[in-house]
Design a protein around this ligand. Structure first.
Ligand code: SAM
Length: 317
């Protein structure tokens, strides 16, 4: 489907839960998410119906996210059913990796092609600090399990946080020489509540290149990241700049929250509910949401915070 601004929309991100087994300080409150009634959340059948309706409208790529998607009990079944839908060419997952030792193989067998793993630091103490309850060893076990399972592509995502991980950019980038992974640096977005992080924590993507003098540009792969590569690396460095150089003109995605709201733009409060609808109505609402996708997300900085009205864990990053 083409939206009213001429953009082809072919990418759907589905958040299957708001819950997470970590508490990253810029993403989630310490005491977790406020409990929603089970009946307000999409069922597995509703998630699959929404994905089917989206695929009939031209969605070819689906990312499963959260919260933490792997804490969802029926995650393997959801992935298998979505991957089997006609028109869906690729199902990928964004995860913190904690549960990959148990789930990497079943997810690969269910048809998941690619994984994005979140990792903001290589320092065990800083990892424990930023995630509040995680350990770096658990992440490493998850990365190993993902590699053994043989996914087509593994990308590691770090949110750039001034005063926290800007001194680790070279070490994080070095992962692309150690493993066949892409390392992506993402500007921190000023969400509804980004914890203790204010404008001093924001680092523009251009700063990454100051730390990587050896990196050379490589050809764009159609994604939103600007790509670079270190000599002898097995994967690329990706720079994602939603704040300092937005890519709204090329945005091809919509999002579905765990409580059934289509968000045509991450930073807009516009939401279209699919909860409780039959298939035909879901498709009609999806069409309306896609057509009305905002032209751009508006100013985004310390003074102009996201108007999403939700934190990232309640949208699906
Ligand atoms: N739990 C999974 C994970 O950790 O990958 C999936 C959900 S998490 C919300 C998805 C991604 O959003 C993570 O890479 C996280 O670092 C990123 N994220 C969360 N809040 C963000 C923010 N304010 N700005 C930029 N990225 C953010």
């Amino acid at each position: 489907m083409i939206d009213q601004h001429g953009r082809k929309i072919n990418y759907l991100r589905i958040s299957v839960t708001d819950k997470c087994n970590l508490r990253c300080r810029y993403c989630m409150p310490e005491d977790g998410v406020c409990k929603k009634d089970h009946i307000d959340m999409l069922t597995e059948d509703e998630i699959v119906s929404a994905a089917k309706a989206a695929a009939e409208l031209g969605i070819t790529k689906i990312r499963i996210t959260g919260g933490e998607p792997l804490v969802k009990k029926n995650i393997v079944s959801i992935c298998r059913r979505v991957a089997e839908l006609e028109g869906v060419r690729e199902v990928c997952i964004t995860t913190n990796g904690v549960l990959l030792p148990q789930l990497a193989k079943p997810l690969k067998e269910a048809g998941v092609k690619r994984l994005n793993l979140s990792l903001d630091t290589l320092d065990p103490e800083k990892y424990a600090y930023i995630t509040r309850i995680g350990t770096l060893d658990t992440f490493k076990a998850g990365l190993e399990a993902a590699q053994e399972a043989g996914f087509e592509k593994i990308k590691i995502n770090a949110v750039l946080i001034g005063g926290f991980n800007d001194n680790e950019i070279p070490q994080l980038a070095e992962l692309t020489r150690q493993y066949p992974v892409d390392m992506r640096f993402i500007e921190m977005m000023p969400m509804y509540d980004s914890g203790d992080f204010d404008e001093r924590a924001f680092i523009p993507y251009t700063k990454v290149l100051d730390h990587l003098p050896e990196a050379v540009p490589v050809e764009h792969d159609g994604g939103v990241a600007k790509l670079y590569r270190l000599p002898n690396a097995k994967g690329n460095i990706g720079l994602i700049s939603p704040v300092s150089a937005h890519f709204c003109g090329e945005c091809n995605r919509i999002r579905l929250t765990a409580d059934g709201k289509i968000k045509p733009c991450l930073h807009s409060s516009d939401e279209y509910s699919l909860k409780g609808l039959d298939f035909a109505d879901m498709k009609a609402v999806l069409e309306e949401a896609i057509w009305n996708k905002p032209a751009w997300h508006g100013d985004l900085d310390a003074l102009h915070r996201s108007k999403a009205g939700r934190n990232m864990n309640q949208i699906g990053g």
